[in-house]
Design a binder for this molecule. Sequence first.
Ligand code: ZN
Ligand code: ZN
Length: 164
Amino acid sequence: MQYCMVVMTWQRVSMEKLIKKLRADYPDLVFKPGLACCWSPEYGEILYENSGKAHSIEGLLHELGHARLEHKGYVSDLELLQKEVDAWEEAKRLANMYDVPFSEDHMQDCLDTYRDWIYKRSTCPQCLSTGIQKDEHHYHCLNCSHIWGVTASRFRRPYRRSKK
Ligand SMILES: [Zn+2]
Ligand SMILES: [Zn+2]
């Protein structure tokens, strides 16, 4: 469809413009095109998608949100979720500031993915109550006292894990 072509071309142009502005406004950060968007606190690097894919601008601003809020790592699932919420709020503010489109639906979809993931991890496999997280890799059920392990690798990390 011709409309899609126009949108894609426009998006690519506005992405290039935005990157130019961001490089000028954030000289301490490195902006690099990549296959997925990602914030790397060790290197002060933001990878962004420049394939003209839908929501790549939101993705870029979201990673910049993590960078501006100096997110370096997290201990619990809820802390991770809170940081995601904060980075998205920051992305929304940045989109407004740089006058680029921002999809609330996309933001909610991304946050729902995290919420679903945490819901699954925190559900007690024995009695289906919601447990509380003991440490990075364990949940504890207050209802039946069951303790279960959770892996770190089941979810693609928005940024690399680091110890406090
Ligand atoms: Zn239980
Ligand atoms: Zn994120």
